[in-house]
Design a protein around this ligand. Structure first.
Ligand SMILES: Cc1ncc(C[n+]2csc(CCOP(=O)(O)OP(=O)(O)O)c2C)c(N)n1
Ligand SMILES: [Mg+2]
Length: 544
């Protein structure tokens, strides 16, 4: 067995189904070894696409997504997707080929110090300088990538090392169990919560990573405490079914839910990653009691002064505090939810064209089943989706809100369909983000995957225009023209639909969801609504 074959054995030992990537001259042995493995290599059309696929696969399954590239330019192309995974706490292991060890010390064709490049965007970056360490390095990469707070790991594999003869075995897979929280912290948190006048829960993506949504809902219901969630925690409490759900927080402007933060005296943050939404924005006064429930101690932030930190298994913390704390008698925040619900349905019958964001979301929600999955790109459309797309289950609306990179939606949808072949998958994307990774339509077509890509077409960088108009009253360098998306779709052998009247949208979505192929819907959007929303929320008088 050579070292490349041992490496593949180690991947099999980690139960890997897919490796996303592009072959190159410096990973030939790995590619050859993969031919004899049940692991499927998914050839992509850009390494960034491969990294985003691994990112979304990792987020959806909780098991590391794996991406692979060659040295130099292949590896640098992985960087955005790997950084996205790391900042969003998605488990990913990235692998890159490298030149032989006899030319790493000098100027040499395509050689970069990849360890140094990946170090700041991973939890662990290691170079295989000798074949005997392969079992340790692979195990450590997966262990770190998958344990909370999960993230990315990087392995660099020099081509001459891949050829060495070895006689080794993968290490047994043992992932760490989180400790139970200590009882004095639990008691202290329960007391603060019992004595609160107006407590509020802020649930983050850590609840989903810990698969603790049931315990969260039980905790909230038993104690009668309303729940706001971050963008990445959408669906953590079922919005439609649970009247305690206040919706998503994260729009930079004030929103109904921020009135709840103003009123709350005790804020219980559960699995909340500060990277998603700066505490400054929801806690500018720095004077509320913060109870921190997480797998790791709290980040230091002047606006996040923790009164008690309960560190350990989140499920356990929720159950134990829930048992000890005294339930509250109703809460004042219901009108915040009612105001949002009213806004969600206000445009359900809107007939204007281009289509209003609220109406696109209404029709999309109507066309999709609750278990189906949306992968959202980054832009104005993401803000609308985060705020208004109702989710009943976690991981049914994937939003990148840590690194928040454009270009995730199309490759992310490919990964989602591979992970959940029985569910419908929709990529919701702006016209700019779409063209950043639209080459992966070819990957989807080649794999025979059925996906819907819904493009919100405003011929521009809508989110940036929104911010410019707000701040300066004029815009700069945000307008562009688009190719004919229908012909573009057809050139891949995919289907293309153009929305020309608002009444076409719902039937087209239904038709596209039933198509057994990739379908692209070009939907003109009326971003005049962006400024109206900012103005409305700016003038908002709190409904409580
Ligand atoms: C890779 C990357 N480049 C730039 C940005 C900054 N950025 C955020 S949103 C945005 C505009 C997105 O335009 P589009 O995809 O058309 O979506 P829209 O805002 O129009 O809905 C830009 C440039 C980013 N987040 N990621
Ligand atoms: Mg746009």
């Amino acid at each position: 067995m050579n070292a490349a074959q041992l490496f593949v054995k180690c991947l099999e030992n980690e139960d890997i189904e897919y490796v996303f990537g592009i072959p190159g001259e410096e990973n030939l042995d790995l590619m050859d070894a993969l031919l004899d493995s049940p692991i499927e290599f998914i050839v992509t059309r850009h390494e960034q696409g491969a990294a985003f696929m691994a990112d979304v696969y990792g987020r959806l399954t909780g098991r590391a997504g794996v991406c692979m590239a060659t040295l130099g330019p292949g590896a640098t192309n992985l960087i955005t997707g790997v950084a996205d995974a790391n900042m969003d706490h998605a488990p990913v292991v990235a692998i890159a080929g490298q030149a032989a060890t006899n030319r790493l010390h000098k100027e040499s064709h395509q050689v970069l110090d990849l360890g140094a490049m990946f170090h700041p965007i991973t939890k662990y970056a290691s170079r295989l300088l000798t074949p005997n360490i392969i079992p340790e390095v692979v195990r450590k990469a997966f262990k770190l990538a998958q344990s909370d707070k999960s993230g990315a790991a990087f392995i660099e594999f020099p081509e001459n090392i891949a050829k060495y003869e070895v006689d080794d075995e993968p290490l047994p897979v043992k992932n760490p169990h989180l400790p139970e929280p200590s009882s004095d912290r639990v008691n202290c948190a329960a007391e603060l919560i019992s004595n609160a006048k107006e407590p509020l829960i802020l649930a983050g993506n850590g609840v989903i990573r810990a698969k603790a949504w049931k315990q969260l809902a039980d905790f909230a219901e038993k104690l009668n405490i309303p729940v706001a969630n971050t963008f990445m925690a959408k669906g953590v409490v079922p919005f439609g079914k649970n009247p305690l759900a206040l919706g998503s927080v994260g729009l930079q402007a004030r929103d109904y839910v921020t009135c709840g933060f103003d009123k709350a005296d005790v804020i219980i943050c559960v699995g909340y990653d500060l990277v998603e939404y700066h505490p400054f924005l929801w806690h500018p006064t720095k004077d509320r009691v913060i109870v921190h429930l997480d797998t790791t101690p709290a980040e230091v932030d002047a606006y996040y002064p923790v009164a008690v930190g309960v560190v350990g298994d989140i499920k356990h913390s929720l159950v134990r505090i829930g048992e000890l704390a005294t339930p509250h008698q109703g809460h004042l925040l219901r009108p915040l939810r009612d105001a949002l619900v009213e806004e969600m349905s206000a445009c359900s019958k809107d007939e204007s064209f281009p289509v209003k964001p609220q109406k696109i979301i209404w029709d999309l929600r109507t066309a999709m089943d609750m278990e189906d999955i949306v992968i959202c790109d980054v832009g104005a459309h993401k803000m609308w989706m985060a705020r208004m797309f109702r989710c009943e289950y976690p991981n049914t609306c994937i939003i990148s809100n840590g690194f928040a990179s454009m270009g995730i939606a199309v490759p992310g949808a490919v990964a989602a369909k591979l992970a959940y072949p029985d569910r419908k998958v929709v990529a919701v994307t702006g016209d700019a983000g779409f063209l950043m990774n639209s080459q992966e339509i070819e990957t989807a077509m080649r794999l025979g995957l059925a996906l819907v890509i819904l493009i919100w077409n405003d011929n521009g960088y809508g989110l940036i225009k929104w911010k410019q108009l707000n701040q300066f009253g004029r815009s700069a360098s945000v307008d562009f023209t688009n190719p004919d998306f229908i012909k573009y779709a057809e050139s891949f052998g995919a289907k293309g639909y153009r929305i020309e009247r608002v009444a076409d949208l719902l039937p087209t979505l239904k038709k596209a969801l039933a198509d057994n192929t990739v379908s692209i819907i070009d939907c003109p959007v009326d971003y005049g609504e962006n400024l109206k929303l900012t103005a409305k929320l700016g003038e908002m008088v709190c409904p409580i």
